[in-house]
Design a binder for this molecule. Structure first.
Ligand code: MCA
Ligand code: AMP
Length: 517
């Protein structure tokens, strides 16, 4: 029977020699281990059989907050095989954040790190989760113990293209995170198209150094390698020196701009060291033109920048090869995110929703087989984000030039992107405003040499109250994921406001833009 189960399509791309290396682990507790294609297939079958034995209803969620490891990749593949819905969670999320996700998504299964089992299982069981397993990055934990009792062959469950495969939570503008529902069809169409557009070759080898709880590391990188039958050099944690040392053994690297900035600081990065590489890809946050140029100069390679979202996977890309639609002259242009990918309709509109002339700035809207199904249990929010003719409002602001290149010039959503992670000021402000003595706060993004952009908190104290900036930061730690904590806090007498009384964050961003650079 024909199926759109993504695993089936990834599995079909495995090379004929199943004993060849699929993943070689470079760092972490399993450094030095090699996993063959057969290992991935058999181990994911065992886990899928464990999940099947739970006899969960269709559409049941498997929420996962574990350190990166090959076993966590295998768990993702097993969830696809079993036809269940995978819900990855950033390891930096703290108790309140995890509680929100579990309450909202009501997963039937939660997999957490052994050291977090106490508090995570308490939250999970109180929210009605039936099964909590542990998985450590050193191949420990109850998930592997249980899976070991199951058969290593498993027939993937038949899924339709429109069936849900993954829920990815994105922070909400109002502070409430939304679960973006992605289908098997969304992911398969995007993976296949990127395989062609980025001209994946039979001999390609990917350096995988990103976390695997977001779209970049989980879908763009892993699907990219697997659907091409390409092996991965696998780093549990990004390490600039190790990645530079690996370049002669690899051909493709994907990173957020911070990774490129850190690699540029490595003296060993030279044209000779990078000579074996075919493609360097950057995304998730704006790549500074200086980084783009420095990279060209230091390695002889031109970084390919692309643009995407959790709700849409990849949307635009600079060309890898000359793009037939744009002529042989098409080049990778720094400061742009390239062309809409084949199959993606992209338009730039004004506030009234009318397309703007070429070169003018407006809101970016998109439509295509890669665009998600909607926000989990938020039909109204979903309806608001789509136009009558089916375009998704990205919340990004940009322009299209006469050659067809898209440039992102800003965001209408109040979002900070720090080292490739999204931070919504409203969420942080909500926590600060609850603190004793605080009247009001504003969090804005300012340039940062390592993370590109970071949050800065401006806080107004209540009349007569004493608020200490250091204590505001200290109080946020432990409540929020570490990357969301503002890097600087200042107590201020007032905040600039417009005639409506709304805080003018653009003025604050301007005032503090040189604070950390
Ligand atoms: C770590 N810290 C950060 C960040 N990461 N602060 C701000 N922003 C960050 N991104 C802080 C920690 O809070 C800690 O502070 C200190 O830095 C050291 O933490 P550590 O964990 O050791 O940092 P690291 O290991 O050096 O991590 C930096 C990193 C990581 C490697 C750049 O942030 C990373 O892997 N980023 C990639 C994110 C990603 O994959 N995004 C893709 C999203 P303290 O000591 O004060 O506690 S998918 C997406 O956006 C879309 C769809 C797309 O287009 O791809
Ligand atoms: P996420 O919610 O994690 O999926 O983040 C998606 C957002 O990241 C997009 O809406 C953009 O604002 C931003 N983004 C992704 N890639 C790029 C890029 N190459 N340049 C600028 N912003 C980007």
């Amino acid at each position: 029977m024909s199926t759109s189960n993504l695993y089936v399509h990834l599995r079909q791309a495995f090379p004929a020699d199943l004993d060849a290396t699929a993943v070689e682990v470079i760092n972490g507790p399993s450094a030095g281990l090699r996993y063959s294609w057969r290992d991935l297939d058999r181990a994911s079958a065992m886990m899928a059989n464990l999940l099947a034995s739970l006899e969960l209803p269709g559409g049941a969620r498997v929420a996962v907050q574990v350190e990166k490891s090959v076993e966590s990749l295998i768990l993702y593949l097993a969830t696809l095989r079993a036809g269940l819905v995978y819900l990855p969670l950033n390891t930096a999320y703290q108790r309140a954040e995890i509680e929100y996700f579990i309450r909202d998504a009501e997963p039937a299964v939660v997999v957490c790190s052994p050291q977090n089992h106490g508090w995570v299982s308490k939250i999970a069981f109180s929210c009605g989760t039936r099964y909590v397993y542990t998985l450590g990055d050193d191949r420990s934990g109850s998930l592997l113990d249980r899976a070991a009792h199951h058969r290593d062959a498993h027939e993937p469950v038949v899924r339709a293209a429109d069936d849900l495969a993954v829920i990815i939570y994105t922070s909400g503008t109002t502070g409430r995170s939304k679960g973006a529902m992605l289908t098997h069809g969304n992911m398969l169409s995007n993976a296949r198209m990127l395989q062609r557009y980025w001209d994946w070759k039979p001999h390609d080898v990917l350096i995988h150094a990103l976390p695997i709880f977001h779209v970049h590391g989980l879908f763009v990188a892993i699907h990219g390698a697997l659907i091409n039958g390409s092996p991965m050099l696998w780093l549990n944690r990004f390490d600039a020196r190790q990645v530079v040392a690996l370049l002669p053994r690899a051909t493709v690297f994907m990173g957020v701009p911070t990774l490129y900035v850190r690699m540029l600081a490595e003296p060993a990065l030279t044209p000779a060291q990078a000579a074996h590489m075919r493609l360097f890809i950057s995304g998730s946050a704006p790549l500074l033109i200086e980084t783009f140029r420095d990279w060209q100069q230091r390695t002889g390679h031109t970084i390919l920048e692309r643009y995407g979202m959790s709700e849409t996977i990849m949307l635009t890309s600079n060309p890898c090869l000359p793009d037939a639609r744009h002529g042989d002259a098409a080049e990778r242009r720094g400061g742009t995110v390239g062309f809409p990918l084949p199959g993606v309709d992209l338009r730039i509109v004004d506030d009234a929703g009318h397309p703007v002339p070429v070169g003018e700035i407006g809101g970016i809207q998109v439509r295509g087989p890669n665009v998600f199904k909607g926000y989990w249990r938020m039909p109204e929010k979903t309806a608001e984000e789509f136009t009558a003719d089916g375009f998704f409002r990205t919340g990004d602001v940009g322009r299209l030039d006469a050659d067809g290149y898209v440039t992102i010039v800003g965001r209408s959503k109040d979002l900070i992107i720090s080292g490739g992670y999204n931070v919504y000021p409203a969420e942080i402000e909500g926590f600060i405003n609850e603190m004793p003595g605080v009247a009001e706060s504003a969090v804005v993004g300012v340039p940062h040499p390592d993370f590109g952009e970071v949050g800065v908190a401006l806080v107004i104290a209540k009349p007569g109250a004493q608020v200490d900036a250091g204590q505001v930061i200290a109080a946020l730690k432990g409540q929020l994921a570490n990357f969301k904590i503002p890097k600087h806090c200042r107590i201020v007498p007032e905040l600039p406001r417009n005639a409506m009384g709304k805080v003018q964050k653009n003025l604050l961003r301007e005032e503090y833009r040189h604070l950390l650079v």
